[in-house]
Ligand binder design. Structure first.
Ligand code: MD3
Ligand code: FE
Length: 205
């Protein structure tokens, strides 16, 4: 996989974060998950559980339930409490890479166990597609897949490793993407096998 093969507008910064920065972020995510426990997202209508567990920080968080489907809301779906703040380091990363005048409104925390994956999808629950999405990978390596704006467009796969950052702007913002597999034991960052992905987003204008 060559960087030039990425869809237009996608930028990949391999090893953007060093080990100490990654460890500090993991500590902060542990605190966030202690205040806002990981929940099992469920598919709209069917209620089928996703294999990834999630939580959020920031003014808004992405949630999904059988009854109400995909949405952003200011409170945890189970505790009813507001989401914890976005760590300063993540706000700084956004300032440095996003090239967008306003701060992120949502930070989704995805936790993948060894067998978890995420099917090919578009991120379309935001009102604002002008703002980029910034993603950070921590822990075990995953096989990431990205295509085009139509589900049938050809896709390309590459491995995202701990400390990698991806920025999705312009055409890539609505590209289909997913996580096909985790490679357990490829990183010693987390206590157990698994991967954490953080996605920073602007939701409203
Ligand atoms: C490409 N997360 O939370 S991050 C998601 O690794 C999501 O957990 C994946 O897809 C994960 O919605 C992928 C990289 C990523 C994030 C957002 C994108 C790629 C994207 C939005 C548009 C295109
Ligand atoms: Fe996505």
């Amino acid at each position: 996989m060559q960087v030039e093969d990425l869809p237009y507008g996608a930028k990949w910064v391999p090893q953007c974060l060093d080990r100490l920065e990654q460890e500090a972020l993991v500590d902060q995510i542990r605190q966030i998950a202690a205040e806002a426990p990981l929940f099992v997202p469920r598919m709209p209508k069917t209620g089928k559980p996703m294999s990834v567990r999630m939580t959020n920080c920031g003014p808004l968080g992405w949630v999904t339930t059988k009854e109400e489907g995909y949405r952003y809301q200011s409170k945890h779906p189970e505790t009813g409490r507001p989401w914890p703040d976005i760590p300063q380091k993540l706000l700084e990363l956004w300032s440095e890479y996003a090239d967008y005048p306003l701060p992120p409104q949502a930070c989704l925390v995805n936790f993948y166990e060894a067998s978890a994956k995420m099917g090919l999808h578009q991120d379309k629950d935001e009102e604002n597609f002008e703002a980029p999405v910034l993603s950070i990978s921590l822990g075990d390596t995953c096989l990431f897949r990205i295509g085009g704006k139509n589900r049938k467009d050809p896709t390309r796969s590459f491995k995202l490793t701990s400390g990698d950052v991806m920025l999705l702007t312009n055409d890539s913002r609505l590209a289909y993407h997913g996580v096909d597999r985790i490679y357990p034991g490829t990183s010693s960052l987390l206590k157990r096998a698994g991967r954490i992905n953080l996605t920073l987003r602007r939701v409203l204008q």
